[in-house]
Each structure stands twice: as C-alpha cells, then as structure tokens.
Design a protein around this ligand. Structure first.
Ligand SMILES: *Cc1c(COP(=O)(O)O)cnc(C)c1O
Length: 351
C-alpha cells in the first residue's frame, strides 16, 4: 500500500557509529525531510549516538527536534531580526545556538537576548550567508567590549567538493585567527576526512567540528531499500484508452498501478503528456523516452527501469509493461530509485 523506506538497522547503526567515532565533535545535520527519515527520527538517533549538539536547518524545525534530543540545537539558517528567529520558545532559548552572518544582526540579537548563544558565520565561496573578513574583524573588536557574550564558534559552509577546499579554508582560517575572537571552535561543512585531518594538524589549538548530514544518514546506501507496492494490474490491447487524459495504449501490454506519486516527490520531471515537441525531442535525446512516447519511471521491476504510462498521480503511478515481460502480482513490492532528500515516504521501517 505504501512507499516504504526499509532500513537494515544493524548495518545502518554500525555506519552511524563508525562516522561518529571517526569524526570527533560531529554535529549531525537534521533538516528538511530528515534525509527521508524525518527530522524527529534523526533527533532520537542523534541522542542514541551520544552527540552533544545537532544542527537543524530552520527555526521552524526546532520543535520537531527539541522534544526528542536533549542537547544543544544549532540553527543553520542565519538569525534575522524578524520572523521565526524571534519566536523561539523561551523554554528552548538556553539550548539554541544561533548563526549570525551580519554585524548589525549581532547587535540586534544581543539586544533582543543578551545571553544568546551564537556562532559567527564567515562567508565562503558559496556566497550564501556570512561575514566578510573585514566584518569578522569588526565583530572581533565589538566583542572585546562585551566580555560576557556567548560566542560558541565560527561557522564555515563550503561548497560541495570540486577539488580541494584547503586553499580556501586556509585563507578563511587566517581571517578567523586575525579577528582574535574569544572562541577556538570552528564548525565546518563539506570537508573530506583528509581535509579535516589537515585542518586539525595546521590549527592544533582550534577544535574543528564537522557538520554532516548526507554522508552520515545516507552514507550506507546498501542498508537502504525503497519499495512501492503493486496495487492493481490491467491488461490492455493496442488502442485501449486509459488514465486521466484518456491516452490510448500504443501497443498491447499491462498497466500497473503502484504506490508512490507526486505527493511523495515521485517523478516531478514532467513526463511527455504535456510537453511540446522540442521538450520531447530533448527527453528522447537523453534516452528518457521510449519509441512509443513513454518516459522512464524510477520504478524498476526485475531489475529493469519501467515506463510511466502517464504522469504520476498524487499518491500512485501508472506504469506500462509491454507484453512479453513478467507481470508482477498485486501486493508485490517493486524497487524505486528516489532522491532521499526530496521524498516523503509513507513508512520508514528500521529492522
Ligand atoms: C545542509 C547543510 C549541511 C549538511 O550538508 P550535507 O551535504 O547533507 O552533509 C552542512 N552545513 C550547512 C550549513 C548546511 O546547510
């Protein structure tokens, strides 16, 4: 009935433990759909892992995590003097660590909450959020006049690796050292193990804390399996019409209705139904379209990726199986290839 993420619990937990052991200071990242697992589940797992801090993406995610994990809660989205950042439950205020990426935000934050805990984000080549080198120095000077503030570290969010980050990290670390900030903790994202090791060797008096999501939660791919259920099967002859758009079958075969649709994040790439000729030609050129105009789906049966008979529905999808292929039975599970960070599973089953 369901789109299910099945987890080989023993392998998954062994992987999580090994990442935690080999990454001292690990800050697990829990955000969005919780990498497919839900943030609530990852919060409990983080407690089990024994870390002292987790990172959430947004202020709105705090309530989902705070009741399931009792350590510190680093918010990755920078603090701003408006919106959800100002609505943190006062009961959580002690545990929340804000990210500050603009000098005037720091002044506003300290005015709103003088005992706020925060990290200063240094802008990287990502160019997403953060302070320039000059702003970091200015902040360092400003903090000298506020000896009581609770600066918990510096944050560096690097782009996904395309070659080495070390040149950039070195330049950024020079800025951090020069700013003479009252902290020796640096939170980093997207460094490889080798880069982390080198960074620790070069800046031995700093504590380097990696923030990791994907390679922690999704790093043991063979422990994960995604399946849909075959809900119905209909034999069709060439010319029979089917589906929301009364399309006609280009040849004989079977229509298969399987669980998993747009509400789960399945097949958001527009299949051919509404496409113009050029888009169809482009899809065909990429090998996504078969000779009769069907688009390849993420569902596979007997190891072969099958075709959408029409665009996915909200909670189910219609596949076309040409005659001659084995027809699965109602109730059978079929494999689905998904982007975990963009899929809402009906169930997560951890053995
Ligand atoms: C999402 C995020 C991470 C985790 O990224 P992964 O690629 O999932 O490990 C780390 N740092 C920041 C700032 C993020 O937004």
């Amino acid at each position: 009935m369901s789109l299910t993420l099945s987890v080989d619990g023993e392998r998954w937990r062994a992987h999580l433990r090994s990442v935690a052991e080999t990454h001292p200071g690990l800050v697990p990242v829990l955000k969005g759909n919780g990498y497919g697992f839900t943030v609530g589940r990852l919060a409990r797992k983080s407690g089990w892992l024994g870390v002292d801090t987790v990172a959430v993406g947004t202020y709105d995610e705090l309530p989902h995590v705070a009741t399931r994990f009792d350590g510190d809660l680093l918010v990755l989205t920078p603090w701003r003097p408006f919106g959800a950042a100002l609505e943190v439950d006062p009961a959580l205020a002690r545990r929340v660590v804000h990210t500050v990426g603009r000098t005037h935000d720091l002044a506003d934050l300290l005015e709103a909450q003088p005992d706020a805990r925060f990290v200063l984000e240094r802008l990287t080549s990502m160019q997403r959020h953060g302070l320039s080198a000059r702003d970091l120095w200015a902040t360092g000077r400003m903090l000298q006049d506020h000896p009581g503030v609770r600066l918990e570290g510096i944050a560096l969010h690097l782009p996904l690796a395309q070659g080495s980050h070390l040149g950039e990290v070195d330049r950024l670390m020079n800025d951090v050292v020069a700013a003479e900030l009252p902290t020796h903790t640096v939170y980093v994202s997207h460094l490889t193990d080798a880069e982390l090791e080198q960074l620790r060797a070069s800046y031995a008096d700093y504590e380097i804390r990696p923030r990791i999501g994907t390679s922690l939660w999704l790093g043991a791919r063979d422990a994960l399996r995604v399946t849909a259920t075959v809900l119905d099967v209909h034999e069709v002859e060439r010319g029979d019409s089917f589906g929301y758009r009364s399309r006609t079958a280009p040849k004989s075969g079977h229509l298969l209705v399987v669980s998993g649709g747009t509400a789960h994040g399945i097949g958001l790439e527009a299949p051919t139904g509404d496409q113009g000729l050029r888009a169809r030609a482009a899809t065909l050129a990429r090998g996504g379209l078969d000779a009769v105009g069907f688009v390849r789906s993420p569902f596979s049966i007997d190891g072969k990726q099958r075709l959408f008979a029409e665009p996915p529905h909200m909670q189910a999808s219609m596949l076309f199986l040409p005659s001659g292929t084995r027809v699965p039975e109602v109730g059978e599970q079929v494999d689905v290839r998904v982007r975990y960070t963009a899929t809402a599973f009906d169930r997560v089953v951890i053995s």
